[in-house]
Design a binder for this molecule. Sequence first.
Ligand SMILES: NC(=O)c1ccc[n+]([C@@H]2O[C@H](COP(=O)([O-])OP(=O)(O)OC[C@H]3O[C@@H](n4cnc5c(N)ncnc54)[C@H](OP(=O)(O)O)[C@@H]3O)[C@@H](O)[C@H]2O)c1
Length: 466
Amino acid sequence: MTHPTIGLYGLGTMGAALSLNMADNGIQVHVANRTASAVLRFMEGAGPLAEKIVGHQNLEGLISALPQPRLLVAMIPSTAPMDSFLDDVIPQLAPGDTVIDAGNADFHSTRRRSERLAQHDLHFVGLGVSGGEEGARNGPSMMMGGSEASWSGLKQILTRIAATHEGDPCVDRCGPDGAGHFVKTVHNGIEYADMQMIAEVYDLLRFGAGRDVREVSGILKSWNEGRLESYLMEISGEVLSYADAPTNLPFIDLIMDRAGQKGTGRWTVIEAVKLGQSATMIEAAVAARAWSAEKPLRGMAEETFGADRADLDLDVGLLERAMLAARVLEYAQGFRILAAASEEYAWNLDPKRIAEIWRAGCIIRARLLDDIAGAFADGPPEGQLFLAPRFGGVLMEGIPALREVVTRAGQAGYATPVLSAALTFWDVMRQGRGTASLIQAQRDFFGRHGFERTDQEGDFHGPWWT
Ligand SMILES: NC(=O)c1ccc[n+]([C@@H]2O[C@H](COP(=O)([O-])OP(=O)(O)OC[C@H]3O[C@@H](n4cnc5c(N)ncnc54)[C@H](OP(=O)(O)O)[C@@H]3O)[C@@H](O)[C@H]2O)c1
């Protein structure tokens, strides 16, 4: 039996883990790295799997060892290094070969690179890989964007190394060119919102309701047994259970409250706005990270205005219901961006399949995704998740809880950017008639922009112009 063969360039955290995963699954892997010494180190660390991996001292050796049509994965920064990599490899490849960018790329770059490679009769694949190092090693969720032809070559490899949910591999072709990287970007945007939401609830429980950090850990762990089960809930419960060995202080208290970000959350927000959408929960999470970085300023403001917050007697069940409703709305916002991009770029994205491939291996895997896939299979009204009958009960029960949590948190002085954004989104979307009539009047008043009327067809100006 011949083994499927693939080349992988870039043996950093993710590339090394993916290579081992492939070798573990009967795939013949050839590897190389910019700094050649990393290849030797990697091979030494691969243990018995090293027998199934061929290390090369340089890119030329790697490419010439691959059978045609070649499959060549690059796991390097998807920015300028990827363009330089393509400069190097294009002259060495043959028509029909496929280059796969498995990093976190801006999907606009992926579209541009796809066009560039197509001019040389080469395929370019943008592969979103989620699950961090552990996922890459043991089964990531993967979102593929590229031609049907490149998918038929890659499918047998990717389905072998992907995470599975009840036997279903968490990988699929999402659409052409940048579709996979776009879906991965929105995945990360949802990840930002979910992480921030859990952090807000932690703040309310610990500092509002006065629960000991271990109690909060226990609450998150118990939620993780129920409808809120998710990887992010699981790890949040776990990290809160650690104490610092020398001091016995909660370990979380020793971590600086300044969050980093690499850009995918911001990209989600930018693309949403460009598409005429607004993912306010993701935007709130990106804002919260940005504000967190301004620590000296926050310290100064605290000295000036005080940081007093009142006690909050919040029921744990109320918070759980509020969070579940907010999580439905967070995914609803994410899928709205996907739908808008699908239309704009004619990708024909399948929301049901995207929900399915997010059910295992990725950072936003959650029990809810099974229901989300089911809701899309049923075809929710207007394609909107928040109108899906199967979420009616969760929202009817959860929105009053969310309203109570956000209102009381606000009164007591607790910031809940993502939970508040969820409530606002809900309250805007359930109003058949909103406030935009006054916006239209203002626009017409200062700029003669005109408006539609509710009682007549046509374009009108207000009496202020007569
Ligand atoms: N870490 C994660 O959890 C995660 C998850 C999903 C996706 N990703 C994406 O995966 C990609 C790799 O991430 P990583 O975490 O594995 O990074 P990493 O550990 O820092 O490794 C980076 C790799 O890229 C190579 N590289 C850097 N600059 C290069 C250049 N100019 N030319 C050629 N090779 C270059 C490095 O080679 P040297 O050894 O020579 O420096 C190394 O092999 C990134 O696009 C990242 O966004 C990461």
